[in-house]
Design a protein around this ligand. Structure first.
Ligand code: GLU
Length: 309
């Protein structure tokens, strides 16, 4: 009998700051979704965001997660996997599906033909076919660095997928994002390419993450397709937001796990609060993460974001 688990999930923190309530709610859902099915869980530290990565944040996040009783079966660090991203980039370049771009954010904004929502801007492909190599592009804008863009096929970029939480989601990447950026490093090491390469390489069967990445998912699906990789299922869950409607951040007060811990709050109180917000515990109930495994139910999570406090 095969011992390969049929469900492989992942926790993918970025060490750009301290772990807070918002991250933990999403990780709790991802963890329980995997464990309640007897699935495997991967911890992947996404440390490719160099200007924003904070020294010590990766180790601190792991410590906070362990304190909250999270466990995982395998651990990876993206900065140790650069050759995999380079190989994927080389494949895309060889197929004419990736090219270096020297446009600044302002250039991209000026080229915008229609307003597009979200953080990602529509890019019409101004630099497509302009540079023979990254080095050529680099010379053209030194000391700034180019970025790698995906050459989105104009007639073959419609993506529809059935998100386990958000339902059916469709987008034509050619008209919403255009030639989206895949990395800002010569070797192809950047979030968008790396997340696709890694989810496939690690055999992830379902990606559970915050729904701020829902709109970025069709672009990732195009990359899976272009690289001939197996596309996982997706499950995008609502975020924790502040009263101002914005994603939980420093301005909403100190919600760092390390601060709760320092002030004597117990893991069971934090997990209990977050579990109650998902319908798995009574308000005020204290419960540990392992005790929640049998209570997990995706369908009781409210559709609306959780508002803190
Ligand atoms: N590392 C990303 C973040 O913390 C999440 C990426 C993902 O789940 O695909 O924002």
């Amino acid at each position: 009998m095969s011992t390969t688990p049929y469900y492989i999930g992942r926790l993918a923190p970025s060490p750009t700051g301290a772990l807070h309530l918002g991250n933990v709610r999403t990780f709790m859902i991802a963890y329980l979704r995997a464990r309640s099915q007897g699935g495997k869980l991967i911890m992947r530290m996404e440390d490719l965001d160099h200007p924003r990565d904070m020294p010590g944040a990766a180790a601190a996040a792991i410590e906070d997660l362990r304190w909250l009783s999270f466990d995982w079966d395998e651990e990876y660090t993206q900065s140790e996997r650069l050759p995999s991203y380079k190989a994927a980039l080389d494949t895309l370049v060889a197929k004419g599906l990736a090219y270096p771009c020297i446009c600044s954010r302002k250039d991209v904004e000026n080229a915008q033909s229609a307003p597009h929502s979200g953080e990602q801007l529509f890019y019409p492909g101004t630099c497509r076919g302009k540079f023979a190599s990254w080095e050529d592009a680099e010379r053209a804008i030194a000391p700034r660095l180019p970025c790698w863009r995906f050459a989105t096929p104009h007639n073959d970029a419609k993506v529809t997928f059935n998100d386990a939480f958000a339902g059916t989601f469709s987008s034509d990447v050619a008209s919403t994002l255009g030639d989206f950026p895949i990395a800002r490093h010569p070797s192809g090491a950047g979030y968008t390419l790396a997340v696709v390469v890694d989810d496939a390489a690690m055999g992830v069967t379902e990606v559970v993450r915050g729904d701020d990445l829902l709109a970025a998912t069709p672009a990732q699906i195009l990359l899976f397709r272009a690289l001939g990789l197996k596309i996982p299922q997706f499950c995008h869950v609502p975020l924790v937001i502040g009263k101002d409607g914005r994603r939980l951040a420093k301005r909403h007060g100190d919600t760092r796990i390390s601060s709760f811990r320092a002030s004597g709050v117990k893991p069971e109180e934090i997990i209990g609060y977050l579990a109650a917000s998902c319908g798995w515990a009574k308000p005020g109930e204290k419960i540990s993460l392992p005790h929640l495994i049998p209570r997990f139910d995706l369908s009781t999570i409210p559709r609306a974001p959780l508002v803190w406090p």
